[in-house]
Structures are given as C-alpha cells and as structure tokens.
Design a protein. Structure first.
Length: 181
C-alpha cells in the first residue's frame, strides 16, 4: 500500500510540474503578444476608418474657424442714425416744432398735451418744456414763455403721417379738443 501512495504522490508531482511548465509557457507567449504592436483598428473596415478620418478633419477645421467680423456687436460707442421716413424731409421738420395735440380741462386742473420732437408731453401751468414755461392753458390754446417772448400754440390736427402711425382716423369718435372733463 505504501508503494501505491508513493506512485500516486509521484504522479501528482509530475502533473503539477507539467501544469506549472504549461502556465509559464503561456505567460511567456502572452508577454510576447503584448510586446508586439497590435493594430488599433481591430474590427474596423476601410470605409469606417475613412469616415473617422473625415470627421476628425472636419472637427479640426471647426475648431480653427474664426468669424470674419471683427467688430463687437455690443460695442456701445457706435451711433446709429435713422434717415427721415419721408424722402422730402417734412417729418423731420415736424419733429422739431411744437404742436398742441389736445387740452384736458377739468375743474381746477388744466392740462395740455404737446407733441415735440416725436414725443407727447403732458404739461400743466408752470411746467417747462425745452426751457419754455407754460403760462396759460384754455380750451384751444396754450401760451408758452421763452426768454420774455410769448409763443401761442393752437390746437391743430396731427399731420397725416402721424395720424396714420397712431391709428386709423375712421375708428375715432369725436374730436379730443371738444371734450370737457
């Protein structure tokens, strides 16, 4: 029985030595394979490789792109000047003069709406507009004082261009200057 145990032990040792030798050889082969440069495009066909190259080139071109405009669109020092709407310049002349658009008369409170330089200004007696002081307001006129000289504004309709821009005249009912509040 003793001899069977020795034979069994010897067979196990030989088996173990063979396995160790095989593992060592496999490890050596693996190291050799890893040491060689393996192509990085495993499973990549020529068409896929060409597509990747095109996309990489496109990405490089986009990264290098600089827009042609060198001016900053948010630069605040630039000035924009608008030309008058009418070619004959009548609107530009109208914007420079004062026009009484309407007067609002209520007990104890008279108010004038004066159109000047394209804007409407609501003024009462004592208020000033461009260094002109309102002296009096009645139903159809306003008297302004400027350096000792009196300027009388008479309630007049808006020019056609201004009336069209504010709304259709046919939809208005009555005249504003005829209202007594």
């Amino acid at each position: 029985m003793e001899s069977h145990k020795r034979r069994l032990a010897l067979m196990l040792f030989v088996l173990w030595a063979a396995a160790a030798a095989k593992i060592t050889m496999m490890r050596a082969d693996t190291i050799k394979l890893l040491a060689r440069e393996i192509p990085r495009n495993l499973g990549m066909g020529d068409s896929l490789k060409a597509m990747v190259e095109v996309l990489e080139k496109d990405l490089a071109e986009r990264a290098a792109f600089e827009p042609p405009g060198t001016k900053d669109p948010l630069a605040l020092q630039r000035v924009v000047r608008l030309a008058p709407r009418n070619p004959d310049g009548k609107e530009a002349a109208e914007n420079g003069r004062m026009r009484l658009s309407a007067t609002v008369l209520s007990p104890g409170n008279f108010t004038a709406i004066i159109k000047y330089k394209g804007q409407s200004h609501t003024l009462a007696v004592g208020d000033s507009l461009d260094h002109r002081v309102v002296k009096s307001i009645d139903k159809r006129t306003v008297v302004l004082d400027y350096q000792g000289k009196s300027l009388m504004l008479v309630n007049e309709p808006a020019p056609k261009a201004e009336a069209q821009s504010e709304g259709n005249a046919k939809t208005r009912i009555g005249r504003l200057e005829d209202l007594d509040l």
